[in-house]
Design a protein around this ligand. Structure first.
Ligand SMILES: *Cc1c(COP(=O)(O)O)cnc(C)c1O
Length: 465
């Protein structure tokens, strides 16, 4: 069924919890695909009543919907198979949300994974991601991280000359040549927050395009590595398709150069960046439309240059996991400032979701047990941290809410848990994976005492008994 964006948006304003059930574009929904109202008009996701999850596991709670996660994985894989005539592999950018459960799920859907640290790499390996489907990124990899990647058979993305120096120092210990990809800055501008723009020339990531030939010549003489791929990534939460199309041409030029210098480059990794819908007015392309545009541009760019089609890799992070996630909070105090604003405070905030304070990001929320009630009050939902800027949702419409109500914030599956801190010594939330009426704990709630585990009190400072 094709639902026009206008019809869908109208419905979303009235019923933001209601997903577009055709399921082909989960990144265009506000709520997970399995979101429903039960007989008592309370919100369920994955068959589990949200207020019961909050009571059982406590709040704040990250809820992840398995069906939505699997459907985004499949949307990428199937769209690549439909629109790209050569081989392809979507690679999950695990910085969006790194855990054993998500890794296992993404691996079972046949995707690869990208990691940027020893921690993400160890999570991927322990979660069962085959090493040959893992790539290690990073603009400042340590020798230990590189050694771990090489030892476990993971592909290393060269970001700068220092990566090459460190690897050549480690090389005498290599049993076989390392699989390498080369990241370069494509010089493409796109419209997104400047902190998450990476494709423009003034970026800390990747080789400058002017250096490309020199690096390729240098690598051709390095017996310890085999350059199998090229990589570029232009940014995040991008709604435009044109920058991704432009990227294909820039990358095809680089592919031509690399092959002409004798490198057996088979992989073209075009990065991630597709945006998602956080609020009704967001209008991102569907996964299908994004893949179709990228695939067509890569095919055309290769044909123009007479190049054999590479394997097409892409690296979605946000669009793979964001919509699958919902955060539950319990509402506590209310502060009404006459003529100014009403604050509702919740039991989490910038420590479990730093996106609003970092990027001024917007979100959509409903009351878990009264999602369909008339949203007649304008409120600002604040966190419990000692910062005035700790606001999760500013001037949003909610039904009159009181202490104890459970608030569900949508589209928190990406860049929330993975960016969480323990600011103000708030323990990090638990996470549950919901599926067909069953909730599995996939991340245990941190306990306040555990926050002391790395503190060391020198004897001379110990309190006198
Ligand atoms: C962050 C990142 C991604 C994923 O970006 P999204 O916008 O979350 O899809 C992909 N590749 C690289 C190299 C990244 O740094």
């Amino acid at each position: 069924m094709v639902i026009s964006s206008q019809t869908m948006d109208q419905g979303l304003i009235e019923r933001p919890y209601e997903p577009d059930r055709d399921g082909s574009s989960p990144n265009r929904n506000l709520a997970p695909l399995t979101t429903s109202l039960d007989g008592e008009d309370r919100l369920r996701i994955g068959g589990c009543r949200l207020s019961e999850l909050a009571a059982t596991y406590g709040t704040p709670l990250y809820v992840l919907d398995e069906a939505t996660l699997r459907s985004t994985c499949r949307a990428y894989r199937q769209a690549l198979e439909r629109h790209y005539p050569g081989p392809s592999l979507p690679i999950y950018a695990s910085k969006a949300n790194s855990s054993l459960a998500i890794t296992a799920l993404v691996a079972s859907e046949g995707l690869g994974l990208d990691a940027v640290s020893a921690g993400e790499l160890l999570t991927a390996l322990a979660g069962g991601m085959p090493p040959e489907r893992i790539v290690l990124h990073g603009n400042n990899k340590s020798a230990e991280e590189l050694a771990l990647a090489v030892e476990r058979g993971v592909t290393v993305v060269l970001d700068n000359w220092r990566d090459i120096e460190l690897l050549s120092e480690l090389a005498p210990g290599f049993l076989q040549p390392v699989r390498l990809m080369l990241r370069f800055t494509p010089g493409i501008e796109c419209h997104t927050h400047e902190y998450i723009r990476t494709g423009h020339l003034d970026s800390k990531f990747g080789f400058d395009p002017d250096q490309l030939e020199a690096v390729l010549v240098h690598l051709a003489a390095c017996p310890w590595g085999r350059l199998t791929g090229l990589h570029a990534h232009i940014g995040s939460q991008i709604f435009e398709l044109q920058p991704h199309r432009d990227l294909a041409g820039v990358m095809a030029d680089a592919l031509q150069l690399a092959r002409s210098l004798g490198h057996p480059v088979s992989d073209l990794n075009v990065g991630g960046g597709l945006g998602i819908r956080y609020v009704v007015n967001d209008d991102p392309p569907s996964i299908e439309a994004w893949v179709a545009a990228v695939a067509a541009a890569v095919v055309a760019a290769c044909q123009d240059r007479g190049l054999e089609l590479p394997r097409l890799l892409c690296e979605p992070g946000r669009s793979l996991v964001a919509t699958a996630g919902v955060t539950l909070y319990r509402i506590g105090s209310r502060k009404q400032i006459p003529g100014i604003r009403t604050y509702l405070s919740v039991d989490g905030g910038m420590s479990d979701n730093p996106r609003p304070i970092t990027y001024q990001s917007l979100y959509t929320a409903v009351l878990a047990d009264r999602p369909a009630a008339e949203a007649s009050e304008t409120v600002t939902v604040a966190g419990k941290h000692c910062e005035s800027g700790d606001v999760l949702l500013r001037d949003v419409q909610l039904p009159p809410a009181s202490e104890g109500d459970v608030l569900a914030v949508f589209a928190t599956g990406a860049y929330n848990a993975s960016m969480a801190s323990t600011y103000n010594r708030l323990p990090r939330p638990a996470a549950v994976l919901v599926h067909e009426g069953v909730a599995d704990l996939v991340q245990r709630r941190e306990q306040p005492e555990e926050l002391l585990r790395y503190d060391v009190l020198p004897a001379r400072l110990s309190p006198v008994p």
